[in-house]
Design a protein around this ligand. Structure first.
Ligand code: ADP
Ligand code: MG
Length: 353
């Protein structure tokens, strides 16, 4: 037996002894967190990475977990993906009725969250932003290689806003047949929560779930420590993880980031961001380069990070500071190319580096 195996046996032995006087329910397995199962895949046009730490998981169980995670994510995409022609959201977007349109509870739940973000952010976050997202080439249409005319912007402003959609118990009603919705800003965060809950329900207590940079953590890593997560420095075109602004540590919390540095296009020689200000009908044009938000759910972190990205530094920082359930890190790009960081008062307690 090699040294590592003998250590595993010893740790199991200690854990079993420690559990004997307790009822099975109270018998904590926290002391045997020494193994991990990590796997990854693709979903929602990006990648996911999942780590489960704790008891050993054999090959058969590993494959069953990975298969069920993939099928949950496929289901998710079949509802929320605007890139899938036959997804529920795409069918809804093509439906030109102004009468109540029946939708699934799964779609309704995310739309309701989107509408809540819209109201809380005074329209900085807005799921009816789809026509503008499409024009600039960040949606399911190829996009134009020019800036819009004033008339085009005016016509979008008729079709965007929190009041353009009415939510019923099992229906959504468009105020105009041309209304289309985009849940991409919160789909990854919500998906991360969904997969984390799915794994918790299966009995895994120590988990790290990340979809496209939006992360949910529970319990501890295989060293029995808090989960460590890198926050990228927002260098234009920088590869994820190549240059970190900070490493933070988390447990039972989520973190999501929005940024202008990875998903952008060049139009008429100008770099345009995929974060759109629905109130002006234009891509954001300020020096906020990235926002990371820590919250109890990844859906909340994701919705807030996009909202703050649209609001900009002053309004966004104040808005986050006013909430007592979240913390945020905002990084600006200065005229000389350097970065400057701003954080809410409690953010530093999460910094590890
Ligand atoms: P980030 O990680 O930068 O937040 P996301 O993919 O989560 O990126 O969100 C960006 C996407 O959200 C855009 O591509 C677009 O589909 C959508 N979006 C852009 N602006 C807004 C907005 N103001 N409100 C809601 N959704 C938006
Ligand atoms: Mg987002």
């Amino acid at each position: 037996m090699n040294k590592e195996n003998s250590l595993i046996v010893r740790v199991i032995f200690v854990a079993v002894i420690a559990c004997l006087p307790l009822s099975l329910e109270n018998c904590s397995t926290e002391s045997i967190e020494f193994e991990q199962f990590a796997f990854n895949g693709s979903t929602m046009g990006t990648t996911y990475h999942i780590i489960i730490a704790g008891r050993p998981i054999d090959a058969q169980e590993r494959s069953a977990i990975a298969t069920s995670v993939d099928s949950v994510l496929l289901d998710f995409n079949r509802i929320l993906s605007t890139y899938e022609d036959q997804s529920e959201i795409s069918l809804f977007n093509r439906n030109k009725s102004i009468h109540p349109i029946p939708v699934s509870q799964k779609l309704l739940r995310v739309v309701r969250a989107g509408q809540d973000f819209c109201e809380a952010s005074n329209g900085a976050f807005d799921i009816t932003v789809m026509p503008i997202v499409n024009f600039f080439g960040f949606g399911f249409e190829p996009g134009e290689n020019r800036f819009p005319t004033v008339d085009e912007i005016d016509s979008w402003l008729q079709l965007t806003g929190c009041d353009k959609l009415e939510i019923g118990d099992s229906v959504l009603t468009k105020s105009d047949p041309r209304i289309t919705i985009d849940l991409s800003a919160i789909a990854k965060g919500d998906g991360s929560d969904y997969i984390a809950d799915f794994l918790l329900e299966m009995g895994h207590k120590n988990i790290f779930v990340e979809i496209g940079g939006e992360v949910v953590t529970h319990g501890h890593n295989k060293e029995g420590e808090l989960w460590k997560i890198g926050i990228d420095r927002p260098t234009i075109g920088g590869a994820p993880g190549a240059d970190l602004q900070h490493v933070i540590q988390l447990t039972d919390k989520a973190i999501a980031s929005s940024g202008d540095y990875r998903n952008y296009r060049e139009v008429e020689g100008k770099r345009i961001s995929h974060s759109i200000d629905p109130r002006t009908g234009s891509p954001i044009a300020h020096n906020l380069a990235s926002v990371s938000v820590i919250a109890n759910t990844c859906l909340l972190a994701d919705g807030l990070s996009t909202s703050v990205m649209v609001m900009g530094l002053e309004e966004g920082l104040e808005w986050l500071e006013d909430r007592d359930d979240v913390e945020g890190l905002l990084i600006t790009r200065e005229a000389d190319g350097s970065f400057k960081e701003y954080m809410t008062s409690g953010f530093k307690t999460y910094i590890y580096d």
